[in-house]
Design a protein around this ligand. Structure first.
Ligand code: AMP
Ligand code: MG
Length: 423
């Protein structure tokens, strides 16, 4: 086809920040929320703030195994001792009443008996039959967890827009919240395009490759907990791309494709999308990456990612991931980037912003630093698999000597950075 008929890729490159800002400005959170059981809520985004319906701790209780008493009896406790009146264990309160000069054996988490305000840890007590004597001074309120010390009734513990991870779920559970109201998740359809792409399980014809990007995209989406509609491999043929896009639009809030968005003869994704008005084709000043299509057709958002596997991964992480978070109603937070010293010199050509595959590792003196994960070609998947971070290097930067501070963005699938071994 006549490529000149297509809307041009912006001839000048667009900065990563500018492109991301355009994407995020265009998006608003999807409407709708649902109430779900807390045990199904991992990874979901709160639609309403979580307000504490009770105090945490709900009761004054002991932080130690020891003895509970009233601090007004401190002098007697240090001199002749206090009489043991009973025991308070977690789940088994002491139900009697305490007379002056008495104390209660108390275990961690047990409710503080009425009349007591202080707990002496058992290491600071000498026991003589039913008498206990303090061997050290104990300040008022020692070892007591006050009601509401952690969370007060009526306070907002998690604002709307919080993504629920394990500690947020635990906090909701501690407050007795068996159900939570969460935002709808975007439904995401994906397809890969290219005549060379072969499904797994089939032999490779000459010049063919296995379709790894569909696995990559699906896995990244699954890790975000997004419902995925996998439309498979689409041939380099305008009608095939057209019908894939039509199928995707009918079912999904977001369509992601990989491949076919540059200006080659077989890049029909670009050709087909240019039939739909509101789509931008950008040349992003980044490496890897570069061509990126973004647009909207009615209620469906579209991301056309480049086909080289590392470009697919990086453009997904830098553009699609924040977009999906925004659609799900998570307030925007910039990716967490920290500065670490280079453990080795690094090659970087000035001109574009680099997202180099890196490894955060511990140097021989036990200090964290970062080094390259290997060859940086946008087709090199082994260095992506070896990496635990991206080194985010500004466009103007050239080669960097060891010791230079560089910005590091941990890859979201990285559990423990140092687990990747020593430099
Ligand atoms: P394209 O963006 O279609 O020009 O593709 C750029 C490069 O990425 C080519 O070498 C393709 O073979 C490769 N590629 C495209 N799609 C995939 C895919 N789904 N899995 C792995 N490699 C791909
Ligand atoms: Mg292609």
């Amino acid at each position: 086809m006549d490529q000149s008929a297509l809307p041009d890729c912006t001839p000048a490159s667009l900065d990563v920040e500018a492109a991301l800002a355009q994407v995020l400005d265009a998006l608003t959170p999807l409407p709708g929320s649902e109430q779900i059981a807390l045990d199904l809520a991992l990874g979901r985004v709160l639609a309403q703030p979580l307000v504490a319906a009770m105090d945490l701790q709900p009761w004054p209780n002991s932080a130690m195994d020891g003895y509970a008493f009233a601090v007004s009896d401190l002098d007697q406790a240090l001199a002749k001792g206090l009489a043991l009146a009973g025991t308070s264990m977690a789940g088994h309160p002491f139900t009697g009443t305490l007379d002056p000069g008495e104390c209660v054996r108390i275990l961690t988490g047990a409710i503080l008996p009425a009349g007591c305000d202080t707990v002496a840890m058992q290491e600071h007590v000498a026991v003589h039959g039913d008498q206990i004597r303090l061997t050290a001074n104990v300040p008022r309120g020692a070892n007591v967890r006050a009601p509401g010390e952690d969370v007060r009734t009526g306070s907002v513990v998690l604002p709307a827009g919080t993504r629920l991870g394990p500690p947020q779920i635990a906090l909701a559970a501690a407050l007795g919240q068996a159900r939570v109201v969460v935002n709808h998740r975007p439904r995401v359809a994906l397809f890969t395009s290219g005549d060379e792409l072969t499904p797994l399980g089939q032999p490779l014809a000459a010049g063919a490759i296995y379709d790894s990007n569909r696995y990559l995209l699906r896995a990244m989406l699954q890790q975000m907990g997004m419902p995925v509609i996998d439309l498979g491999i689409v041939a380099d043929d305008p009608d095939a791309v057209r019908s894939a896009f039509a199928a995707a639009r009918a079912q999904a809030d977001v369509v992601i494709s990989s491949g076919g968005v540059s200006v080659g003869d077989a890049d029909y994704v670009r050709e087909v999308f240019s039939e739909f008005g509101d789509i931008h084709f950008w040349r992003i000043a980044m490496k890897p990456g570069r061509p990126l299509a973004f647009g909207r057709l009615d209620e469906t958002w579209f991301f056309g990612l480049p086909g080289n596997p590392v470009s697919t991964a990086v453009t997904f992480l830098e553009f699609v991931r924040p977009a999906l978070c925004r659609l799900e109603g998570e307030p925007l937070t910039a990716p967490l980037r920290v500065e670490l010293p280079l453990l080795e010199p690094l090659r970087k050509a000035p001109g574009r912003m680099d997202f180099q595959r890196g490894i955060v590792a511990i140097d021989k003196d036990g200090r964290p630093g970062v080094r390259s994960a290997g060859p940086q070609g946008s087709h090199v998947m082994s260095s992506l698999a070896a990496a635990n971070c991206l080194l985010v290097l500004p466009a103007a930067s050239g080669d960097l000597p060891a010791g230079s501070l560089v910005e590091v963005e941990l890859l979201p699938w990285t559990g423990t950075p140092a687990a990747h071994g020593q430099p």
